[in-house]
Each structure stands twice: as C-alpha cells, then as structure tokens.
Design a binder for this molecule. Sequence first.
Ligand code: SRM
Ligand code: SF4
Length: 569
Amino acid sequence: MSQDTEKTKPLVANEGIKLASHHLRGGLAADVADTATGTISEESNQLAKFHGLYMQDDRDLRKARNEAKQEKAFAFMLRVRLPGGRATPQQWLVLDRLADELAHPALRLTTRQTFQFHGILKANTKTLIQGMHQALLDSIAACGDVNRNVMAPPNPERSAVLQQVYDDARGWSEFALPKTRAYHEIWLDEELVAGGEPEHEPMYGDTYLPRKFKSAFALPPSNDVDVFSQDLGYIAVVENGVLAGYNVTVGGGLGMSHGNAETFPRVADVLGFIPPDKVNAVGEAVLTTQRDFGDRTNRKHARLKYTIEDRGIAWFRGEVEKRIGFAFAPARAYDFTTIEDPLGWHACADGTSFYGLHILSGRIKDLPGWPMKAALREIATVHTGDFRLTPSQNLTISGVTPAQKPVIDAILAKHGLSNENDRSGLRRNALSCVALPTCGLALAESERALPELLSKLETVLEAAGLLDDAISIRITGCPNGCARPYLSEIGLVGRAPNKYALYIGAKYNGTRLNRLMAPSVSIDGAVEMLAPVIHRYAAEREQGEGFGDFCQRVVLPADATFHSVGTKA
Ligand code: SRM
Ligand code: SF4
C-alpha cells in the first residue's frame, strides 16, 4: 500500500478509543463496577488489554447458554507482566492461591514466559490484581498496543553474563512501560490525577502504538526466545567472557490471516551492533519510528514487520540512526546451535543446581495421578532460589542448594512426577497455544488436541527408531501463531474444527520459517502425511541433519517459498 493511500484512509476505531480514553482510563472503572452484567463494553475491552485483561467467554458453554437464553459465560483472562519469566517462591505461592480463590484453579505458563489466569469473574478482577500487587507483581502492558512482556533467556545457570542480559531485558521492560497512572487508579485505588500537571506519555504519545510490539533478548548459542519472531530483538555478543554488546534485530512477527496474502509471518532483519549501554536508546528509537510510521488505518497491516516490508530496511535503519544520533556498527558474528530447554538437574558454577521441568502446554493443574499444581506449591514452600519460566512453556527451579536438591526430588517423587522429563524428543519440544475453550479467535482445538497428536506421532517415531530425537512441533488453533508454529519443524495451524494447515521444514534453531505441506488436514491426516517423511528421515538423513533441514532438502520442492494458507504459492 502506498503511503499516500494510507494517509487518506480513515483511522481504525481503536485509534479513536485510545485517543478518547484519557490515557487508558475511558469508562473501564465504571464498567468493571457495573454488577448488572458479567461483561464490559467493547471500548472498555480494548482498553482493558493495556491493563493485562481480556474479556472472554467459555466457548464450550456457548450453545447451551444461548439455548437457555442466558448471557454468555463471561470471564476474564489476566496475563502477568514478568520480564524474563522470573518469579520468587513467595510470588509463586500468591499466584497459586489467587488462582484457587479468584479464577480457574489452573495456571498457564505462556510462550512469552509469563503466567495467565483464566476464568476470572468481573467482580474478582480488582481483588486479584490487588493480591498480585501485594506480591510486587502487575499486569501493566501485558497486552495492548505497547511493548509487551520482554523475553530473556531463563538463565538457570546463574552466570554473570546471563544475569547482565536479564538485567538489560528487565531495564528495557521498565523503560518502555506506559507512564499513565490509570492502572494504579482503576485497580489499586490510587487517587485520581486531577487538577495537577497534565499526564504525558513521552514515548508513546496519546494513541500509543499502532499495534502490539514484542521484544526479546537472546544469548547464543541458545535461541530459546525465538528472537527472529520479535518486533525488536537483542542478540548478546560475548567476547572473552564479557558482554560486548548486542546485534539488534527488527521486524519479526508471525501472525497472519487465512486467505489474506497481505498478511504473512516474517523473520527479523539484523540492523547492526550496539554497545550494552545503548539498549534503551535504540529500543526507544525503534519503538517511536514504528509509532510514527506504523499503519493506523488497518490493524492487519499495523505491525512493525509491515512498516519495514513497505519502506525497506535501509530506510528504517536510517530513521532509527537519525533518532539515536549514531550509526550502527556492522553486526558481529553469532551462532545459534542449541534451543531445547535444559531439562533435569544441572550443576551451576556457584555451587547451586537447577532443575528443568517439562510441563506440557505450560498447563499447571491437578489431575488424578498428575498433581502438578500441588507439587509445585510444595516446592515453593521450601525453595529459596527462584522459578524461571522458559519460552517453551516449561519451568526451571533455579538456585537450588545441595541440601535442597533431595528435598525437591522427594516432592516430585511423592507426587509421581519424577519422570516428567523422560518423554519423547518430540514431546519435550512441543508447544501449543491455549485455543478452545477460552480463546475467542480459535478456529480449531490446540492445547486439547496436542496429547492425541503427540501420542499418534510417537507411535510412528518409535517404529522409525526416532523416539529420542529432538524434533520441534507446534500447534495453534488459528493462524495468529501464538505458539510460534511457523518456526517449528512440524507446524499445525487451525483453520476449522479438526482442520489444520500442515507446515514442515523450519530450522530447529528458529532462523528459518517452515513451508506449507498441506493446506487442510485432520489430526489423523497430518499423522498419515508425516509418517512416510519420518521413516524416510530415519533412513536417509545425513550425519547430524535435523528433521526440518531434511524436509527442506528432500521433501519440499526447492523453489517453494513460505506461503500462507489460502494464498498462491
Ligand atoms: Fe497470542 C491474540 C494467547 C503469544 C500472536 N493470543 C491472542 C489472544 C489474546 C486472543 C485474543 O486476542 O482474543 C489469546 C488468548 C488465549 C487465551 O485464552 O489465553 C492469545 N498468545 C497467547 C498465549 C497465551 C499463547 C500460549 O499458549 O502461550 C501467548 C501469550 C504470550 C504472553 O505471555 O504475552 C501468546 N501471540 C503469541 C505469540 C508468540 C510470541 O509472541 O512469542 C504470537 C506470534 C508472534 C507475533 O506476535 O507476531 C501471538 N496473539 C497473536 C496474534 C496475531 C498478531 C498479529 O500480528 O497478527 C493475536 C491476535 C491479534 O493480535 O489480533 C493474538
Ligand atoms: Fe487463540 Fe489463535 Fe492465539 Fe491460539 S493462536 S491462542 S487460537 S489467537
């Protein structure tokens, strides 16, 4: 789209809502206080996202409630802001209790290293946010058109460089927070800003960003944060054991829509190298360039990836350099060779250990014979280190002293969870988004379909002798891509009940997108299509060749490019 056309097109409704909201207040407080309905207005729903809240309804109950002429089963989802995914045991216990008392008891670890509550009734939202506040946790900017939860390596090894990268990620998260006091007023009863100095959003302005904005810090050799899927990325460069700086990446993003060729997943470009003390200045320049040039007339074209795609990376680099007042140095060498979560016990240089625990789909709940939530609660009562959420929806229990190691082992054993990590390589590398019943955008099952998908593929893998091979698989209930399916070696993307687009061929380290193998297959259809490929891989792969690389070399046509469902190749 030309820039002139953009200027003449009307702004989307969200822009008016933001502008009129008096920095994210609008009618949200009144709507939340209204006891006549379980929901809030659409305007308030758009604003609530900036406060970390989404209005949802239980889609499993829709039909019955409609037939009974009842209001939908409305409830909120709340996403915690947790830069780098670290929580103390005390915070864990608070979140665990709040879920039991005020939400659905199951907690969800997300693909961006934070917690989500589901099923919070409107009347409980404020109490829950106040409970989090007591534990020094908030949900500011966890959603909305702002810089979202900043990702960073979970850092279980506790090395100095990893700590520095984490500190930079946390610093950038704080720096890029909206300055409005709306959250404190609405949820924490802080006194209203009235009559004093007018409130300013120096970085965001009155209408914030055109769209969500995501950033992450990666520390090679691991690309666990999928840095190339982020609007803004920092790849740490370590020289002689010291953090020399970061290669900055821009313009990654995965969301697309079925049948709309104008939307597509995109891996980020590398802008260049910066020293560590320029992280915030460069972040601000990238963010404000997108603020000023992003498309506010079409939310499906409003992410930074489209600004860069339309105007070119050279223009973008020039604009950012103008704002920071210096030129990027050439990018320094980096190599991503590992990505799998470090599961099990690992010793650290400081004498502590960490334990990586596999949690399928990040869902923490208690099932008969699988009391994950109870086990982690008990661990939190004795643990003196911290918990670190991984970008793969798993967990590390970090900073465990030698004396506590057997205690934690005993708690896992007592709850029958000692063998959670002894799973197939495929299962250990599986991600799924939430999808049904809470996600309003889901077209197909995802989290609830994953166990069946994995079991069926594990049967094939076992027959092929590949049960332990690390192969990444990700499934989502729609093409928005919340489990980053376009960066997995096997990706399933929902398009209708039990209908998925099947993708293969991404690189295991997250540097190359996968490509479409079949536009619409059932779970069984996907397994049927994958079985011969898996057997061929077992028989014909080259030394050390990953499944995605094999698919790229042997299975997919050489001239095919990434193309989205419903579009021409
Ligand atoms: Fe997402 C919307 C869940 C990571 C791309 N995402 C949603 C909503 C809020 C649905 C909605 O708008 O009504 C989902 C709530 C489901 C529920 O019931 O909880 C939802 N997204 C999730 C989570 C919880 C998936 C998970 O299973 O972990 C992840 C929360 C991350 C976090 O902690 O902040 C989550 N979402 C992602 C990612 C992956 C990432 O960021 O690393 C992506 C792809 C990367 C990207 O943004 O390009 C992603 N979510 C989207 C999109 C498409 C955005 C786009 O540019 O087109 C939407 C829809 C939208 O924004 O309109 C969306
Ligand atoms: Fe919902 Fe689609 Fe995201 Fe899955 S990928 S959580 S179905 S928006």
